[in-house]
Design a protein around this ligand. Structure first.
Ligand SMILES: *[C@@H]1O[C@H](CO)[C@@H](O)[C@H](O)[C@H]1NC(C)=O
Ligand SMILES: *[C@@H]1O[C@H](CO)[C@@H](O)[C@H](O)[C@H]1NC(C)=O
Ligand SMILES: *[C@@H]1O[C@H](CO)[C@@H](O)[C@H](O)[C@H]1NC(C)=O
Ligand SMILES: *[C@@H]1O[C@H](CO)[C@@H](O)[C@H](O)[C@H]1NC(C)=O
Ligand SMILES: *[C@@H]1O[C@H](CO)[C@@H](O)[C@H](O)[C@H]1NC(C)=O
Ligand SMILES: *[C@@H]1O[C@H](CO)[C@@H](O)[C@H](O)[C@H]1NC(C)=O
Length: 406
């Protein structure tokens, strides 16, 4: 049935084509026109068999009836890629009228100007940065933050992922899980460019510098909370934002299992302190047993963040010849922040992966323990780290995990 109907339908356009051609060709040359006329005369309009007419009628009626089935997927009119996404997430008006509707869903080439001043819009902005995209981690971070918050409606996520606002699929997958939440996906290029230029010729660690560079590009993000993407949040994000930063640009939890002098030679530090008067060098000798800040959870007030922050980090990295050791715990950052941050309660200090259950009990942030993709040095072929625990499943049940296509 389906094979016969196209042949019937297709004979009509070709007949019409033949009918319209002769006048045009006749004007140009008589001989080919005559040939065409002869051709048309020898091939009269087809007379379809009566039963084929009936088959076509049935096909058309069936196609008509299909229209009455309920729709399951829709495409957002503002989405240039016109991806199909489940209709459930469009049922709520909030999708299109939230601030997100303007930017998050519609590309956001100008995304740095769309969010209104974060002080004034009354939203609690939560920022995270992810080097290798793994939506499970972002879903767990978002859901645990929302579940722990007293005002989940006011939480506004800004996730910086490699694909950025071009990555509609990731955006919609998260949007399907959290249809009512404010969520924006941003790219990383502009931030990386800023960091690269500020740190040249050093090779920067974008992830650790991103929280400080983001407000320089996204100037509307004046006050926000930064969470490392591999965290389960059990505390209230609003406690972090309502904190008085006492004129400091950031608040961070202190990690006293590590000391400044574990990373830098105290004599070198003393010599630098005595001989250099740069604004980011302390006026008084450095405390040798100073604890170091942990940068997994931050409360940031960009207005108090020093404008020469990246230059200071770059300077410390060069002067201490730390080029090669700029790994997870960067002493150049510790020195730039030295005595210039507010201390968060120790419950916000994330524990190590091997922590005992007792030490986790009172924590407001816990490391993500689910499976995750690892960034390989070469970028391609990310490998999978197996899960270490069950906590992540509480915030990402199997049905949700399936939605993410993982
Ligand atoms: C729409 O939002 C309301 C409350 O804001 C919620 O109860 C409902 O489940 C949502 N519906 C869908 C389809 O997401
Ligand atoms: C830092 O290391 C990178 C590559 O390892 C190198 O290209 C760069 O020149 C180094 N910078 C300094 C100041 O040593
Ligand atoms: C602390 O930061 C402020 C700006 O945020 C800056 O003016 C001040 O010099 C910094 N203090 C030190 C010791 O670096
Ligand atoms: C912060 O703490 C986490 C968990 O203990 C650790 O993995 C990370 O390296 C620490 N970061 C810094 C900058 O100390
Ligand atoms: C956790 O908090 C409770 C009550 O605040 C306290 O009694 C307990 O000692 C704390 N446990 C740890 C491991 O700090
Ligand atoms: C978020 O976490 C809650 C509480 O653990 C869970 O019941 C819910 O299913 C999760 N939501 C999603 C979308 O996975």
């Amino acid at each position: 049935m389906s094979s016969s109907s196209p042949s019937y339908l297709s004979s009509r356009p070709s007949a019409a084509h033949r009918r319209t051609q002769p006048p045009r060709v006749a004007a140009a040359a008589a001989a080919p026109a005559a040939a065409l006329h002869r051709d048309a005369a020898m091939d009269p309009a087809p007379t379809p068999l009566p039963f084929l007419r009936f088959v076509a009628f049935v096909v058309i009626v069936c196609l008509g009836i299909l229209q009455f089935l309920p729709a399951t997927h829709v495409r957002h009119p503002a989405d240039p890629h016109r991806n199909w996404i489940p209709i459930e997430s469009f049922m709520n008006e909030s999708y299109s009228v939230s601030p997100l509707g303007k930017s998050g869903a519609s590309g956001g080439q100008n995304s740095e100007v769309v969010t209104s001043n974060s002080e004034e819009d009354g939203m609690l902005h939560v920022v995270s940065w992810m080097e290798c995209l793994d939506l499970r981690l972002l879903a767990v971070l978002a859901n645990s933050t929302l579940t722990s918050s007293r005002n989940p409606d006011l939480i506004y996520f800004h996730f910086f992922i490699p694909g950025g606002s071009e990555d509609k699929r990731s955006f919609y997958k998260l949007k399907v899980l959290f249809p009512n939440s404010h969520l924006e996906i941003h790219g990383q290029e502009k931030i990386q460019e800023l960091i690269r230029n500020a740190m040249f010729p050093l090779e920067p660690n974008y992830k650790e510098l991103a929280p400080f560079a983001i407000p320089m590009i996204f100037q509307s993000l004046t006050k926000f909370v930064y969470f490392s993407s591999d965290l389960v949040v059990k505390g209230r994000a609003e406690d972090l934002i309502s904190l008085d930063l006492q004129k400091h640009g950031i608040a961070a939890a202190e990690d006293c299992s590590k000391r400044l002098t574990d990373y830098v030679n105290p004599e070198v530090l003393d010599a630098i302190q005595r001989s250099d008067a740069r604004p980011w060098v302390s006026d008084t000798p450095y405390e040798k047993n100073a604890c170091v800040p942990n940068l997994s959870v931050l409360s940031i007030d960009a207005r108090n963040l020093r404008k020469d922050f990246l230059r200071a980090v770059s300077w410390w990295t060069t002067v201490l010849n730390l080029n090669k050791s700029a790994g997870e715990n960067n002493p150049a950052l510790f020195l730039t922040l030295y005595h210039n941050y507010t201390k968060l309660s120790s419950s916000w200090l994330s524990v190590g992966n091997e922590a005992l259950p007792e030490s986790i009990a009172n924590k407001t942030v816990i490391p993500y323990d689910g499976p995750k993709k690892l960034c390989s040095a070469l970028g391609a072929g990310a490998t999978l780290q197996p899960e270490r625990g069950d906590l992540w499943k509480r915030y990402l049940p199997p049905t949700s995990s399936q939605m993410l296509g993982q």
